[in-house]
Ligand binder design. Structure first.
Ligand SMILES: [Zn+2]
Ligand SMILES: [Zn+2]
Length: 937
């Protein structure tokens, strides 16, 4: 069977993918005869479109899955998608905006219908794209975080946390996105550097008769204090000014009263060691409702909390004349008014870091609001332990430290979102009871205040009337009323994805009670035949993920696994690099520097995309340009061409599939022993690289072996002995086994070729991984063959220097430096003669130079090429002379160039280095030409 002359990925990829899928090769289930190997996919958002980050992430997962499947494991790659609360809601809001509608125009129910419609229509785009990538997921299991079953697990976990006292409601200053109009967790509001200003504002003192030497202006009379702020509009919510108690400038002023400009509220000067003496003037405004640190100060000093904004960041009734202005518009007007009143001291440019909404990039407003939180410290503790003990391992190792420092400083998790798309909190209120509670609070407000009750205490009391339940209760358990309504907020998207490693397994398998833990206990004591998927595949084996979601997701999965399954969710976490462009900028659609993986697939083929990405995936970030994918394409073509050669020359009688080869080493030529040794050496190294999650190393080993060792040397040398049985068997076996090793990296081209080779079985993807035969590895022998290659390369160089055509057979004399080299060269003279296109090879006894020869030196011998009769010596000498003149000219101009200041200052370091290297190379070429000039005299 032959294969076409040219490799065309488009013709074969869909065909093989369909074949694998239809045959059920991706499916996995409980198999007591095998060890499980399981990866859960980081579920892409239903709004997702395949980008290079996905391509990298999923290629690596597929390599691991296919590799372990071939190694005899029951390999399950669990697929699914995430409902992506805010992101999806934003997309659908944009869509209905085109019809002139806002979500409130539709109402909750109708709006959610539109989101589900959108999901049905577009939500599987990314899944289809993952299939184009060759991903061998068990698609029948595809999960969605809003599936009925999955949602059941979410509610169950919420109730369990509530029962454990780990969920509470509180008023806190949280990250608020005024555009999305919802609370965000700290992780969802990453800081970005901004160029802003520091505004210095004068706050007048109520009593003007104070004297003080320090912050006075001139006459020893203090009439105001200057505060510095980056958000002047928030001054309307100030309820104090704070100074450090050790700050001598303000010592006498602590306890005095200031008049808050523009709003004329009386506020006190307080002292607290939290204040940084070095920031601004050392006196800071305190806005407890609009800053997380001021919030703490406010609680501590029992200050008033004045909220000055509506949820959309327009100012509210507490902002006096500025009511209804947008926060940034108000900033301008306030600054103008302050200036007119002579209260704006100065403005300084100031670099600051502000939180930005990770979904819409709007600047976050720290905002006081009532939200639901999960207490994280008790959950973090065991999750720190398992990493410390090495039960969960991070690769590369440096991520362990990042994980630890976050976990050790963990904050409570704000889990409520004021959006509609998502899991509604399973919290119900009894109208009657809650009314009673409010009444109680109103009637007892004085005594509650005296006790210094915090909102947290109030919310504890509020529990009367709150019902937390997986299903809607029919009656209030406190009063029996049926007037019950559900909480409006939905849960943070990550509150569902942190259950991914176990909630993806069918809940229906959870016998009897739906409690995971009870279920597992039961199974552990039961007969093995009763094992369910969950019990068989959990803990999963590896998690492959991007660094951005280490805290969002990875850390929380570890916590959830330990809490609800009483076991880690995965043993290894591989965190791959970030995909960047060649200049180092992160690839992104908005920056316009993204390379579309589907375009690469269409142009170069999926295997080219996969292989190039893998070979760039070192332990750090990836720097990609479109050209880098040519490497993968060229490699696929190289394999294709070599395989065609083998197929055309294969004698099918000699290489039956069942053939068990017992080579006797003494019957093998050096080159045969060498290629076998090389093959098993790289097989061993690849196993090691994959075990260490060094994917680029594995890819590059394979590349070097197949391209250089197998194609360039072994097949070339074997051309003379193609009919011999050993050659036939080795050629076939090495190719077939190399394809198997290559399969996880390049699944399509390997399947197409493998099917054309003599084979047994339906597909290469379910073949076993080649068995390591250590007896063939001979590390002493490998260098011998390399010495022979040195000699051949050297003769080829000499030939090209005097422009010999391939059909011009030349004679060569060799003087080996040692007796062992003499033997080595003699026993491989056939190979040298053939590959260097020689008519004669003399091995010299003496080191004296033969007449009329060009010479070269290798590690083992002097090489002399006899030129008499092959070339026109006179013409050659003229050409060499011209060559020397030309190269000398070039080197002169290059040297002048790198001495030029202008060039040095402007050119990138890379270009300068390249220029220097080129000068050195030309220098060597001139030296070589001069030597030839001597030799041709
Ligand atoms: Zn937003
Ligand atoms: Zn009630």
């Amino acid at each position: 069977m032959d294969i076409p002359t040219r490799y065309n990925p488009k013709e074969i990829e869909d065909k093989w993918y369909k074949f694998w899928e239809e045959k059920g090769f991706f499916e996995a289930g409980v198999n007591p005869a095998k060890k499980p190997f399981c990866i859960v996919i980081p579920p892409p958002n239903i709004t997702g479109v395949l980008h290079m980050g996905h391509a990298l992430n999923n290629t690596i997962q597929d390599i691991l899955i296919r590799y372990h499947r071939m190694r005899g494991k029951e390999a399950l790659w669990m697929p699914g998608t995430d409902h992506a609360g805010i992101a999806t809601q934003n997309v659908v809001e944009k869509a209905i905006a085109k019809e002139g509608l806002r979500r409130h125009d539709l109402g909750r129910e109708k709006f959610l219908q539109r989101v589900w419609q959108w999901k049905e229509q577009y939500g599987s785009t990314i899944i289809h794209q993952l299939k184009k990538l060759g991903s061998s997921c068990d698609w029948a299991r595809t999960r969605f975080t809003m599936d009925e079953e999955y949602s059941g697990s979410v509610r169950e976990v919420f109730v369990a946390l509530w029962d454990n006292g780990l969920i509470y409601q509180d008023d806190k200053v949280i990250n608020w996105c005024p555009r999305c109009q919802t609370a965000l967790s700290d992780e969802e509001a990453p800081y970005q550097e901004l160029q802003g200003n520091l505004y210095y504002i004068r706050y007048p003192l109520k009593e003007l008769s104070l004297t003080s030497p320090e912050p006075s202006r001139g006459k020893g009379i203090v009439s105001y204090i200057i505060v510095a702020t980056t958000r002047p509009e928030t001054m309307l919510g100030d309820t104090a000014v704070a100074v450090n108690p050790k700050d001598r400038r303000y010592k006498k002023l602590v306890g005095k009263t200031l008049i808050l400009p523009l709003i004329n509220r009386e506020i006190k000067i307080i002292a607290d060691s939290m204040v940084d003496k070095k920031f601004g003037t050392g006196a800071v405004k305190v806005t407890p409702a609009h800053d997380p640190n001021d919030y703490i100060l406010g609680k501590k000093h029992k200050l008033e909390f004045v909220n000055i904004m509506y949820p959309d960041a327009r100012l509210n009734q507490n902002a006096g004349n500025y009511k209804d202005m947008d926060r940034f518009q108000a900033r301008e007007v306030i600054l103008k008014d302050l200036k007119e009143k002579g209260l704006l001291e100065k403005i300084e440019p100031h670099e600051l870091a502000a939180g930005h909404c990770y979904r819409c990039h709007t600047i976050i407003e720290p905002y006081l609001s009532k939200q639901w939180f999960v207490k994280m410290k008790p959950l973090a503790k065991p999750a720190i332990e398992v990493v410390k003990k090495g039960k969960v391992k991070f690769h590369p190792k440096r991520w362990t430290k990042v994980y630890m420092s976050w976990m050790e400083n963990i904050h409570d998790w704000c889990i409520s979102r004021q959006i509609w798309w998502g899991h509604r909190l399973p919290i119900y209120y009894c109208k009657k009871c809650t009314e009673q509670v409010s009444e109680f609070i109103v009637n007892n407000s004085e005594s509650i205040d005296k006790r210094g009750s915090t909102n947290y205490e109030l919310s504890t009391m509020n529990k009367k009337g709150i019902i937390v339940s997986e299903t809607k209760p029919e009656r209030c358990p406190y009063c029996g009323s049926t007037d019950i309504y559900q909480e409006e907020d939905v849960l943070d998207t990550w509150f569902s994805s942190w259950l991914w490693p176990f909630a993806t397994f069918a809940r229906s398998e959870v016998v009897d009670s739906s409690k995971f833990i009870a279920h597992r206990k039961k199974l552990r004591t039961a007969n093995h035949k009763l094992r369910t998927d969950l019990d068989y595949f959990y803990p999963t084996s590896v998690l492959v993920t991007a660094p951005e979601i280490l805290f969002f997701w990875v850390a929380r999965m570890i916590m959830a696994g330990l809490k609800f399954m009483k076991d880690i969710p995965f043993e290894d976490v591989y965190i791959h690099g970030t995909v960047r462009d060649i200049k180092g900028k992160k690839m992104s659609k908005s920056l316009g520097n993204a390379i579309d993986p589907l375009e690469i697939i269409s142009e170069y083929g999926t295997d080219a995309l996969r292989f190039s990405l893998t070979s760039c995936a070192s332990q750090g970030d990836l720097f990609l340009s479109k050209e880098k994918f040519e490497m993968g394409r060229n490699f696929a073509n190289k394999i294709w061409n070599a395989s065609r050669f083998v197929l055309m020359n294969l004698d099918r009688d000699k290489v039956s599939v069942d053939l068990c080869v017992f080579f006797k080493k003494e019957n093998l030529r050096l080159v045969e022993r060498w290629i076998l040794s090389r093959f098993y050496s790289i097989l061993k190294d690849i196993d090691k690289s994959l075990a260490d999650f060094r994917f680029n190393e594995a890819a590059n080993l394979l590349y070097a072996f197949i391209w250089h060792d197998f194609c360039d040397w072994y097949l070339e040398i074997s051309k003379n002995n193609l009919k011999e049985e050993n050659t036939q068997v080795i050629m076939y076996k090495i190719l077939e086994k190399s394809l198997r090793i290559l399969h996880p990296f390049m699944p399509f081209v390997t399947e197409e070729i493998w099917q054309a080779l003599p084979h047994r079985g339906e597909s290469i993807m379910i073949q076993s991984w080649p068995h390591l035969q250590e007896q063939f590895i001979d590390k002493k022998l490998e260098p011998h063959m390399e010495l022979i290659y040195d000699i051949i390369k050297s003769i080829r160089n000499l030939r090209s220097q005097i422009n010999l055509r391939p059909n011009q057979a030349a004679s060569v004399s060799i003087y080996p430096y040692k007796e062992s080299y003499r033997q080595l060269i003699k026993s491989n003279s056939d190979s040298i003669i053939n590959l260097a296109k020689l008519e004669a090879l003399n091995v010299l006894d003496s080191g004296s130079r033969p007449e009329d020869t060009l010479s070269d030196i290798t590690r083992t011998a002097d090489i002399y090429l006899h030129f008499r009769g092959l070339i026109d010596v006179n013409r050659e000498r003229v050409e060499i002379k011209e060559g020397i003149a030309k190269q000398t000219q070039i080197i002169k101009s290059k040297k002048a160039r790198i001495k030029n200041r202008d060039f040095i200052n402007k050119a990138p370091q890379e270009v300068i280095e390249k220029e220097k290297k080129s000068i050195a190379e030309i220098g060597n070429a001139i030296k070589r030409l001069k030597q030839m000039q001597d030799e041709l005299r």
